[in-house]
Design a protein around this ligand. Structure first.
Ligand SMILES: [Zn+2]
Length: 245
């Protein structure tokens, strides 16, 4: 190919490439993006994105005792966490009203948000005797934060640790974002004691205060005191067929 031809070929191609590049704001400068997350947990971060699970046509779990919907309780708790973190943190809410957002779209929004950390808030459902908070993480860089968050929720919950506790599970909101990400189940709506507990706004505030405090501690001291890091696993991104979220 002659130099002139090469030039005329390359120019439109380069322009096409440039137009395809998605502009992404830099993540919280203290941490940044990482596809696999095989690194220690975040420290010194100031920006966090809080995801209230479900929304709109997706109610999530519904309490057979109080008839409350998971989507509403999760949104209320997410807002409380945001308010409790206050002025010290920049808090981004994935949704601030009753809107449905697809899980893969949530991942896209997390990576574009510039946040250093994602917390996804949920409430659980299962056999009626199952109770207690549960915490899900996958990435190595999410282990310390997940440990802190789980301990904080268990200290707040009178029923203590649940049957499952802290779980390493590859689901879309624990594997696919390029920042540390933890999914919290604040209690079982299918358990009569816990469902009544969660229906109390004062209890949800206690839970939100404990979660916010764990986030502050992680930002202040990183993974210190949360035990050894789990082994790195080069897993593919999670697909809708992988597991229930
Ligand atoms: Zn849920």
């Amino acid at each position: 190919m002659s130099p002139i031809l090469k030039f005329t070929f390359c120019l439109p191609f380069a322009a096409l490439l440039a137009s395809c590049t998605v502009a992404r704001p830099p993540a919280d400068s203290h941490y940044g993006h990482d596809v696999y997350g095989h690194r220690p947990g975040p420290k010194g971060f100031r920006t966090i994105i809080i995801d209230a699970g479900h929304g709109g046509k997706d109610s999530g779990a519904v309490s057979p005792i109080t008839q409350q919907k998971e989507k509403d309780l999760a949104l209320d708790t997410a807002k409380r966490i945001g308010r409790t973190l206050g002025r010290d943190f920049k808090v981004i809410l994935m949704r601030s009203d009753d809107t449905f957002i697809d899980l893969d779209e949530r991942v896209v929004r997390v990576d574009r948000s510039g946040a250093a950390v994602l917390i996804s808030m949920h409430y659980n459902s299962g056999p009626s005797n199952c109770r207690g908070p549960e915490t899900y993480y996958w990435r190595v860089d999410s282990h310390g934060l997940a440990t802190r968050l789980h301990q904080a929720m268990c200290r707040t919950c009178p029923t203590g640790n649940s049957c499952r506790g802290l779980v390493r599970r590859r689901i879309r909101l624990t594997r696919n974002p390029q920042i540390p990400c933890v999914l919290l189940e604040g209690g079982y709506l299918s358990n009569s004691v816990e469902s009544r507990l969660v229906s109390d706004a004062n209890y949800r505030q206690k839970l939100a205060t404990a979660i916010a405090s764990a986030i502050r501690t992680q930002s202040a001291i990183g993974d210190s005191g949360t035990g050894p890091l789990p082994r790195p696993i080069d897993s593919p991104p999670s697909r809708p067929t992988d597991a229930k979220e």
